[in-house]
Design a protein around this ligand. Sequence first.
Ligand code: NAG
Ligand code: NAG
Length: 497
Amino acid sequence: MQDLESHETSGLLNKQSSTSQTQPQRRAVALTIVVALVATTALVNLVPSGRGGGLRATRLEVGAAAADDDAASVATGSAAAVTDSTVKAGSAPAAGASLQDKFAAAFQSILDEEATAWDCAFSVAVKTEGESAALTAGVIDKATGATGKPSDVWAWGSVTKPLTGAQVLHLADEGKFDLDDAAAPIIDEYIQNIAQQQGDAWNFTWTSLEELFQNASVNDITIRQLLAMQAPIPDFDTGGLRDYLASGKSGTAWQVLDSVKDAYPLTPLQYSSTNFVLLGMIVAHFADGLPLEETDQAYYLPSHLKSQLHFGQNGQTASEWTDVKFYDRTAGKAGEVRHDEWSEKPGIFIGWGASDLAASVPVVAELFYEIYGAQTVTKQVDEMLKFHHDPVWGYEYGLATMSAGVPGIPMYGHGGDTYGAESQAHYSPVLKASVVVASNVEIPHESQTKYVNCMAWAALVKTMTPLAHSIRESCNDIGNTVPRDLYRDQNLRKASN
Ligand SMILES: *[C@@H]1O[C@H](CO)[C@@H](O)[C@H](O)[C@H]1NC(C)=O
Ligand SMILES: *[C@@H]1O[C@H](CO)[C@@H](O)[C@H](O)[C@H]1NC(C)=O
């Protein structure tokens, strides 16, 4: 763990606040949503999806400037063969068709093209009150050429956070504590229970947050501040960690906490996944009190969902649950594009409570519908939606929730990003639907999931109205940045050669 510690620390020291993450009525609403989708471009492009967005954004400049081995083919490639799939997808299914049929008619051909363009697999799911839809496209394993199916399990990264956060709010609903109560007394009790169970196996010099961070101010941090990313708990998820985990090593949440102790307090207050490791301990303490690797991390979720959620909490790799491979195409040292594949590395689930969820895309669509739409996990969704502007990252964060909406047109959920996998999971109270997108490639800025996510929403609007909007044009500016050109357009050109 010494390794993890030193990588972590150097990562933290390097981390600067660098980043800047009735029919007519219905028709009007739909139009507004599409307009909003376009209007949110700038915002969406800035939102860090969860892990180290700022660091990756910095690295992107490196990657863009450096000549990776594909750069030459960009320069010499033939003209991009981008077609507007809405032309092909225009024939409307019969009235009374299922959401699945309508969504497929509007979106399957676009999704197929995007899978080719980004050289990855996509899995997309929609959940409304009475219906659902799911589509897949692309190759989940480049070695075998296997294609995906909706039931495939994916690694979700920070999409884990609303799940942990909503359960903390559930406990507040039950009167176990107030959101404005201090977090340390509860977390310390959990730590001490586990340390006691472990006896001589407990390897740490601390059994409380104050002992860990050597600063009594940690006792003032409230549960709400942890949920809102407004606590000075340092983020474990920083630059050097990727190299360490890429070697196949991993670590427990106890080691993760130990590795950030010297960086306390984090200033300015900003996004930190470590907050959700601590929040997970609050859930575990009240749920079953079991150790990290045994506790039911979905303890307070409806049973039909619980059985379909997995957690990489005990050294598991993604391959335990899925044939999907996860391709890391971020910029590595010297600006080279990495070619790591993460399905056999337990580090894909580093961040117990913060980023260790594994589940299928339709299940996550259902999860987000339950949390934000049906509101079956906590009654205090309105608390989750009290957004503040984060001056460091320049995005809006509530409690365990990111805003993807614009004033007057709410849309919220969370981005998810872990090694080799990127995802978006949101709910729209206007459309009363959740839309979730996952891809098995990790690239800077998550441009592929942002673009496909926007088009999935525009396609959903198409299934609800006779609106003649072009799905592509509605999202033209989303993700249309340097990485889109680097990754999407060059792949398209290669594919058309
Ligand atoms: C404590 O450290 C030893 C030796 O490094 C290791 O084998 C053991 O698994 C550790 N125990 C725990 C609970 O982490
Ligand atoms: C302890 O934390 C407080 C607030 O978080 C900070 O102002 C103070 O400098 C810290 N003390 C030390 C010794 O780091």
